[in-house]
Ligand binder design. Sequence first.
Ligand SMILES: Cc1ncc(COP(=O)(O)O)c(C=O)c1O
Ligand SMILES: N[C@@H](CCOP(=O)(O)O)C(=O)O
Length: 409
Amino acid sequence: MKLVCVDCSAELSWRESHTACSCGGRLEVIQDLKMLDGERLKTVFQERLAERMSVYASGVWRYKELILPGVPEEHIVTKYEGNTGLYTSEPIRSQLGIRALYFKAQSENPSGSFKDNGMTAAVSHGRFLGYKHFACTSTGNTSSSLAMYAAWGGCSSQVFVPSRSVSVNKVLQTLAYGAKVIRFDGTYDDGIRFLEQHGEELGLYVCNSVNPFRIEGQKSIIYEIAQYLNWELPDWIVIPGGALSNVSALGKGLEDLKNLGMITKLPRIALIQAEGASPFHRMMADGQDELIPQPNPATKASALNIGNPPSWKIARRVLRQCQGITCSVNDEEIMVSKKMIDQSGIGCEPASAATLAGLRKLMDDRIIDKDERALCILTGNLLKDTDILAETTDDMVYSDLTIESLRDL
Ligand SMILES: Cc1ncc(COP(=O)(O)O)c(C=O)c1O
Ligand SMILES: N[C@@H](CCOP(=O)(O)O)C(=O)O
């Protein structure tokens, strides 16, 4: 296993903590898949499912040889993350008129978002290296996940949170797990710039998605989907786009599965951004060579308030490899789709509903066909943003508890 710079191809050791190459390029983990002969592959993909009371009961560490092969079990900090529901919703499928529709509810993770798949790997790697203090900047989900795993692993966490446009619930969740929360004037983009410059100097192990081990953990989401669907992936995987960790991780996981011979064809990825925070979509749609940062990203889907996504080059490469596309949806479209997902019984936070809003738009534009099969990744839990729920749900009804009043109702 090694780290390779996506820009200059420099190689770095995985036994050190890096978030970028000295040339400024992003780093990726390259695994030696040739090490996995037929017997060991069988163990990774089949027999581990049976081991319920060990790290292998985790939906991430079940695939340990493909995540952090060199890290001994005693360093692994796990809450049996992953193992989330894969659902179909007949009412939504029939309303769209699409052949098959799945929802992968990453919202069911222990801290309530997809971040846990990656965070268990990042914190385990940091502990293996001997770090005791962990950090991130966050719109609230990354910080909740980090705070939970740091506490669970007996370590401390310090998180940098923009003072505006973040969900109160997420900040309270982060505080509740015992993190030190530092509020600042600015956006996620300012926070990540600061941590990339000064994290190491402050003795902090940085757990944002610029950390390539986060991506190694997150890629297990597609292993799990493929395994549940008996290695027959749908035509489209639809994801929301913010910092672009999901698309990077999906690309990595799909590449592994293809190289290992577990799948033969790559699904297409549709990456959906919120209109008010869509610098990556604008770059792709306009055919620009470089991402132009958006200084004041603004969407009600607060998890997507990111104007300068750090991993845009990896994201562009992944979309090119799988003939992926991007699209943007406005807040109203997101909220309408959120209501459909909530009322289906699955539920999600606004950022996750961008997927269904994007799918509907892409079907209207005849880019995704009714004869195709799609899967939306729901990234965060319904309870992550109760301010939005208070704004968008129907009012409660008041009634006397009398049969006459209730009959009228
Ligand atoms: C709930 C939720 N959905 C989507 C995103 C965006 O995903 P990504 O940063 O992987 O593009 C985030 C945060 O980044 C998030 O917290
Ligand atoms: N929505 C995210 C922002 C992106 O964070 P990262 O973990 O990809 O760096 C959050 O929850 O903070």
